[in-house]
Write a protein that binds this ligand. Structure first.
Ligand SMILES: [Zn+2]
Length: 456
């Protein structure tokens, strides 16, 4: 790049500074991990308050003006520090709550007592997302006393419980969170040594379809052969949702293509536990199938169980289906397409009711423009290799809330996770070498954004 906003010497200075800071950043991360801030309501919520206070204190020490806000849910922390006159503003997001630890017996060390083994720090929240919190703190420390941009830090306390009060927080405090760029540090990188920006997330809907063929169940010996049973009708209906090769057969759903990243069938088979001889379904590259195309899964069926089976034609049966959607797909439009498909394919004129149980939007970043250029350059500075554009097959619903609330901000989804992190699982861990690079990238990004403005 010829018009780099920072000189190589300036970048090296930030790398050195972050390296110096890492022991304290690590110690502070461990203190956060020792607070069991599980936001699920069956856990002690005073711990979530303790962790909000601990995060608030970390930010206050960096000179931020900090407030702990509670809007009917768990405490969130908002801190702000002005940058130089006219400098861009950046909002840094992470969450301080964690998933329940699960069964202690599944952990090789105590979930809330961090332990290092082979370059990884183990503990609940050691990665998701207390390391995200500390990456923001590290970036602030790297620029202590000389912050190149205005920064607002927003650390949520209920992400792992579905962010129930985020809407209210955005409504009441959203003005304080508005910025030119929003860095959401709650995802991960492609692999050890390969950074990534998460540029797409799939959306999803959950649909319940009920089938009825008879007024009441009847004897299969007397009526079978001429009257259809509801369970068989339901099975035929569900079968219509895919083509023979397993491609989703619902007409009119969006589908896109993933970036060209190496990911072969062997790796997919190993990671998914697919049995020998069972073929993959769908078409196109595997990553496109996982990140950019719709998928339909039957996740539950109500029908007579085998134990209770008798020789009758069932009158009613029902299924719940989960539909993952292309990142740009409007979930309510998708529901209409699915409903139309089901109604058009009702076997033998069976009566259907189709009900939308849940819907969430995906996210497709507008991953272009100067802010994204600087983000990519910062990752390259930290890793020595260009970041890839990664998708996520699941949803992080709050990200679409952010993009709806701040349509003009560049939303950059980063994170500390790698393929071995096991976020939400037993033995969650953080790769400490990669974590330092995450901190460098964020510190460089703030510097690049600040310099961008003075250069133009
Ligand atoms: Zn998270």
């Amino acid at each position: 790049m010829t018009d780099d906003a920072l000189t190589p010497a300036q970048i090296q200075q930030i790398r050195d500074r972050v390296a110096e800071l890492m022991p304290q950043v690590r110690a502070d991360l461990e203190e956060l991990v020792r607070i069991p801030s599980v936001s699920a309501s069956s856990f002690d919520q005073s711990q979530v308050t303790r962790s909000a206070d601990a995060v608030a204190e970390l930010l206050r020490r960096e000179g931020l003006d900090v407030e702990v806000v509670v809007e009917g849910g768990r405490p969130a922390v908002i801190g702000h520090l002005d940058g130089p006159e006219g400098a861009p503003t950046v909002t840094l997001y992470a969450h301080h709550d964690v998933q329940p630890p699960g069964d202690d017996a599944d952990w090789d060390s105590s979930p809330f007592e961090p332990e290092e083994r082979e370059g990884r720090l183990y503990g609940r929240g050691a990665a998701d997302d207390k390391a995200g919190v500390m990456a923001h703190v590290a970036a602030l420390r790297a620029h202590a006393g000389n912050l190149p941009v205005g920064v607002t830090v927003f650390v949520e306390g209920e992400e792992e419980s579905g962010s129930p009060s985020l809407g209210t927080i955005l409504e009441k405090h959203g003005d304080r969170l508005a910025a030119d760029a929003i860095v959401i540090a709650d995802s991960g990188n492609w692999d050890i040594g390969t950074p990534a920006l998460t540029t797409t997330l799939r959306g999803g809907i959950r649909v319940v379809v009920r089938v009825q063929t008879l007024d009441h169940s009847v004897h299969s010996g007397m009526f079978g052969g001429a009257a259809p049973d509801a369970t068989t009708a339901l099975v035929r209906l569900l079968a219509s949702l895919h083509d023979a090769d397993g491609t989703v057969a619902v007409a009119g759903l969006d589908a896109g293509e993933a970036a060209d990243i190496d990911y072969d069938e062997q790796r997919f088979r190993a990671e998914s536990g697919l049995l020998d001889g069972v073929s993959l379904i769908g078409s196109g590259s595997i990553l496109s199938r996982l990140w950019n195309k719709p998928s339909i899964t039957t996740i539950g069926i109500d029908a007579t169980s085998i134990d209770k089976a008798s020789n009758t034609l069932s009158a009613k049966a029902a299924a719940k289906i989960s539909v993952r959607l292309a990142p740009t797909q409007d979930p309510l439009v998708a529901f209409e397409r699915v409903r139309e498909h089901l109604e058009a394919h009702a076997p033998w004129g069976a009566r259907l009711t189709v009900e939308l149980e849940e819907h969430g939007s995906g996210f497709a970043a507008d991953a272009n423009g100067p802010v994204y250029d600087e983000a990519r350059a910062s990752f390259a500075d930290a890793w020595g290799t260009e970041p890839v554009d990664m998708g996520v097959g699941g949803s992080i619903p709050f990200i679409s809330d952010f993009s709806a609330r701040f349509p003009d901000a560049s939303i950059i989804v980063t994170g500390v996770e790698d393929p071995d992190t096991r976020a939400h699982g037993a033995n969650e861990s953080l790769h400490l070498g990669e974590f330092e690079k995450v901190c460098v990238a964020e510190a460089v990004f703030l510097a690049r954004l600040g310099a961008l403005r003075s250069a133009h």
